[in-house]
Design a protein around this ligand. Structure first.
Ligand code: FEO
Length: 174
């Protein structure tokens, strides 16, 4: 049985994953409006992934006979300066999620909640991969440069990265 504190913390995490999903959706819209289709596809997929992260916790709570609460989601930012600032914000967002997951793991350890500890390990790995992926994208943006000519190449890179992510998901290695 989960403690009330753990149930509340997991419900908060549902809200955080939901916010991430809507935030990536907002970024996808910004890219799509500018015909940066590779970047948009990457963000639409990220948005879907985050929705999946949210649902995974939702179902875990129900499986543990606890209340899963559909969250109120704050409206995410929809105006952005440029491509790089979007990926910088993505990284900052993932770092906030990582911290929150780590706090949940700490709570599970403190409460000797082995079921939740085991459940959270999937998120620990996922966050490591997500942060690494976005850092790699930022490295590529820095390498390519940010002039208007560069946007085409950045978009192509994102298209390739997104395809690789989709293929990994289909293989079950992601
Ligand atoms: Fe589910 Fe990328 O945080």
């Amino acid at each position: 049985m989960l403690s009330d504190k753990m149930v509340d913390a997991l419900n908060e995490q549902i809200g955080m994953e939901g916010y991430s999903s809507f935030s990536y959706l907002s970024m996808a819209g910004w890219f799509d409006n500018r015909s940066l289709k590779g970047c948009a596809a990457f963000m639409y997929r990220q948005s879907g992934e985050e929705h999946g992260h949210m649902m995974k916790i939702f179902h875990y709570l129900l499986e543990m006979n606890a209340n899963a609460i559909s969250p109120a989601i704050q409206k995410p930012e929809s105006e952005f300066k440029d491509v790089k600032s979007i990926f910088e914000e993505s990284l900052a967002q993932e770092q906030r999620v990582t911290k929150s997951i780590n706090d949940l793991v700490e709570l599970a350890i403190k409460e000797s909640d082995h079921a939740t500890y085991a459940f959270l390990q999937w998120y620990v790995i996922e966050q490591r991969e997500e942060e690494n992926l976005i850092r790699t994208i930022l490295d590529k943006i820095n390498l390519i440069g940010e002039g208007s000519q560069s946007l085409y190449f950045i978009d192509k890179e994102l298209e390739a990265i997104n395809k690789a992510q989709v293929a990994a998901e289909q293989r079950g290695t992601k």
